[in-house]
Design a protein around this ligand. Structure first.
Ligand code: PNS
Length: 162
């Protein structure tokens, strides 16, 4: 049984994240989608809301995924949960520059846990949660970037066209 973990802020989950979750089925038997609580203060959605949105968008994956929230160091959580590798999406060179030092530090702390990068599909390579939040903040439509459930939740916070 190969258990992977897909950690992130997921504020909010986008079509890009969902594609990484879907493709993770090719490389692990179970996937823990782990919402980082650390960044709660600067997030648009609470960790509970972020988890609920992921769960709501991931019905098709059934038991393959488990959605959790975690605090503290990722590698410690991985050890607790006997996770063998961390999965992260890579969209661009700037993602690599952000991801590579994190992977290196995680490897120093826990050499037994590998980080595996999945490069994003062209269709989702320009989508980021940060841009979704920015567009939403202008009360503009984000439905091309996120699933309907997420777009609906965003519209509650930022009604269209105000
Ligand atoms: O979606 P994000 O915000 O890019 O995800 C970053 C995340 C949550 C994966 C990263 O900040 C993280 O692992 N945080 C947990 C704390 C930790 O382990 N920090 C050391 C990483 S080298």
């Amino acid at each position: 049984m190969r258990t992977g973990i897909y950690p992130g802020s997921f504020d909010p989950v986008t079509y890009g994240h969902l594609d990484i979750i879907k493709r993770s089925r090719n490389i692990c038997d179970r996937l823990i989608v782990a919402v980082a609580r650390n960044s709660e203060k600067s997030c648009l959605f609470s960790s509970q809301e972020r988890m609920e949105l992921i769960q709501g968008c991931c019905g098709e994956f059934g038991d393959f995924i488990e959605v959790v929230a975690f605090d503290g160091l990722l590698v410690e959580y991985c050890r607790e949960r006997k996770v063998s590798f961390i999965i992260r999406g890579l969209r661009s060179v700037s993602d690599f520059e952000y991801e590579n030092p994190m992977a290196a530090v995680n490897r120093k702390l826990s050499p037994e846990i590998e980080t595996v990068f999945l490069t994003s599909r062209e269709e989702t390579s320009l989508i980021s949660s940060r841009l979704v939040r920015e567009v939403a903040g202008y009360h503009s439509d984000v439905s091309a970037l996120v699933p309907p459930l997420v777009a609906g939740k965003i519209r509650q916070k930022f009604p269209l066209g105000r």
